[in-house]
Write a protein that binds this ligand. Structure first.
Ligand SMILES: Nc1ncnc2c1ncn2[C@@H]1O[C@H](COP(=O)(O)OP(=O)(O)OP(=O)(O)O)[C@@H](O)[C@H]1O
Length: 251
């Protein structure tokens, strides 16, 4: 489990996260939802140590990550897989080299063991025989799969995904969502996903927190979401014509 307690974060005079507390459950897909620019990415980056925090606590299992020095944080960083916006693959490296990258950084394995791990991860995301291709030679959906394979290369306990579906068509988005969900269950990972895609929310939103202007305004699961009374959450959820119609039909 990951717990954050009373997180505040500013850039200069501009405070973007206000007193956010939440728990993210092991073996579940935990979603952070909200409109663009309301602080989801900043919150996620503070949790993995890419941004410092002004105050509050970030706790991984029972270890207070936010109070550790950089070297001590390394033991937790090794257990974190990350899937950034876009795919953030290295364009100049092949698929195999991209997936091997975290292994070269952190794993003490032979070349052969690393190759086996790369192939295992590729197989897990249902890609094979693409080892020697470059990111520009595969589709956007395939690039996401490679990014997932890279994120799970070190067998992470924690997986952070920032807008995993950005730039994908609805059908491919569902494939990627399902893959993240399956991997979460299979390996008992604490998965945290930033999204503003309501299809993802209704598909894989086991636990959801809603961020508005840097504040947590609501939390619950996808069953509670459609009947929530928080007005700003409803504005977000029912922004699309499709969800407006669903609401109308339910009445
Ligand atoms: N490095 C930074 N320096 C200064 N301000 C920043 C920085 N990163 C983010 N911000 C500001 O923090 C606020 C929240 O941005 P953030 O990227 O977290 O939003 P978001 O909800 O993730 O949006 P999106 O879905 O578009 O990624 C914005 O006002 C943004 O301009």
């Amino acid at each position: 489990m990951i717990e954050i307690k009373n997180i505040n974060k500013s850039f200069g005079d501009n405070q973007v996260i206000f007193d956010v507390s939440a728990q993210f459950q092991t073996g579940h897909t935990n979603l952070i939802i909200g409109q663009s620019g309301h602080g989801k990415t900043v919150l996620l980056k503070t949790m993995v140590g890419l941004h410092s925090i002004d105050s509050g606590k970030i706790i991984y299992s029972d270890k207070v990550f936010s109070e550790m020095d950089f070297d001590d944080q390394k033991s937790i960083r090794k257990e974190i897989g990350m899937l950034f916006q876009g795919s953030a693959l290295f364009d100049s490296l092949t698929v195999e080299e991209n997936i091997r990258f975290p292994l070269d950084m952190f794993a003490e394995q032979s070349k052969e063991e690393k190759r086996e791990r790369v192939n295992f991860c590729l197989k897990r995301v249902k890609l094979e025989n693409v080892n020697h291709l470059y990111p520009s030679e595969i589709s956007g959906g395939m690039q996401k799969r490679v990014a997932i394979a890279r994120a799970i290369a070190l067998n992470p306990k924690y997986l952070f995904c920032d807008e995993p579906n950005s730039g994908l068509d609805p059908k491919t988005s569902i494939v990627i969502d399902n893959l993240i969900y399956e991997i979460t269950k299979e390996y008992g990972i604490t998965t945290i996903i930033n999204t503003h895609d309501m299809n993802s929310v209704m598909g894989i939103g086991e636990k959801i927190i809603f961020i508005y202007e840097g504040r947590k305004l609501w939390e619950g699961d996808k069953e509670d979401l459609l009947s929530a009374s928080e007005e700003r959450l409803n504005d977000f959820v029912f922004a699309s014509e499709l969800f407006k119609r669903i609401k109308k039909n339910e009445k």
